[in-house]
Design a protein around this ligand. Structure first.
Ligand code: ATP
Ligand code: MG
Length: 203
C-alpha cells in the first residue's frame, strides 16, 4: 500500500466528527485506506469511565460498514498494558508494506504530541493530519513546533472538517441527561447505545 491513514481514539462512542475527519483526510490526502484503531487502555483516560473495549470497537465496526475505504483494527485492544501510539506505528510498519503513513488526529490531541512516548521516532514513522477542533489555536501550535523542532518541517498538515463541534463527551452527557443524540452519529450507533443502555449515568 502506498498511503495509509490511521485514526486512533477512544471512540466512546464514534461519531460524525471522527467519520468526517477520516473521510476528508482520505480524499484530501489521497489515502488508499483509513484504519480506525480503538484504544485499549488509554493512558490519559480514567479506565473506570471508559466503556469496554468490545463495545467501543463494535460501535466503530457498525459505523464504518458502508465505506469500502475504512477498516477497523483491534491491535491495541489485544495488547496488554497502556496503548502508546509509537508502539502501534512500529507494529504497522513491521506488518504492512506502506510508503507513507498519515496519523489523523484532532488538534486538541495533536497539541500534546511532544509529550507522547518517543516524539522523535513518531515523526519518523508518520506524518500528522491535524483536524481543527474548537478552542485550539492549531496554526500557532504548528508555527511554534516548527521553530522548536525544525526537523518536523512538512510533517504536520492541518485540515478543516465541518463537524468539528461534535464530541463524545457531549454525546455521553446528552444520553445521561435524556437528551437527543440524533444526527450527531450514525443511526446504527445510536440504536446500539440505546439497546445496550450505554451512558445512562455519567460515571
Ligand atoms: P472525548 O470527548 O471522550 O475525548 P472525542 O470526541 O474527543 O471523545 P476521541 O475518541 O477522544 O473522541 O477522539 C479520537 C480522535 O478524533 C482524536 O484525535 C480527536 O481529537 C479526534 N476527534 C474527535 N472529535 C472530532 C471532531 N469533531 N472533529 C475532528 N476530530 C475529532
Ligand atoms: Mg477526545
Amino acid at each position: 500500500m502506498k498511503r495509509l491513514g490511521i485514526i486512533g481514539g477512544t471512540f466512546d462512542p464514534i461519531h460524525f466528527g471522527h467519520l468526517l475527519a477520516a473521510e476528508m483526510a482520505r480524499t484530501e490526502f489521497d489515502l488508499e485506506k483509513v484504519l480506525f484503531i480503538p484504544t485499549g487502555n488509554p493512558p490519559h483516560k480514567d479506565l473506570n469511565r471508559v466503556s469496554s473495549a468490545l463495545l467501543r470497537s463494535e460501535m466503530v465496526r457498525r459505523a464504518i460498514v458502508d465505506n469500502e475505504y475504512f477498516a477497523v483494527s483491534d491491535l491495541e485492544l489485544e495488547r496488554e498494558g497502556p496503548s502508546y501510539t509509537v508502539d502501534t506505528l512500529r507494529f504497522i510498519h513491521k506488518t504492512l508494506v506502506i510508503d507513507q503513513l498519515f496519523f489523523i488526529t484532532g488538534t486538541d490531541a495533536l497539541s500534546e504530541v511532544f509529550n507522547w512516548h518517543y516524539p522523535d521516532e513518531l515523526f519518523k514513522l508518520t506524518q500528522f493530519i491535524g483536524v481543527f477542533r474548537p478552542g485550539f489555536d492549531a496554526q500557532s501550535f504548528v508555527d511554534i513546533s516548527l521553530q522548536e523542532h525544525p526537523e518536523i518541517e512538512g510533517k504536520i498538515h492541518l485540515l478543516k472538517v465541518p463537524a468539528l463541534g461534535i464530541s463524545a463527551t457531549d454525546i455521553r452527557r446528552r444520553v445521561a441527561e435524556g437528551k437527543s443524540i440524533r444526527y450527531l452519529l450514525p443511526e446504527c450507533v445510536r440504536l446500539f447505545i440505546m439497546e445496550n443502555h450505554l451512558y445512562k449515568d455519567l460515571k
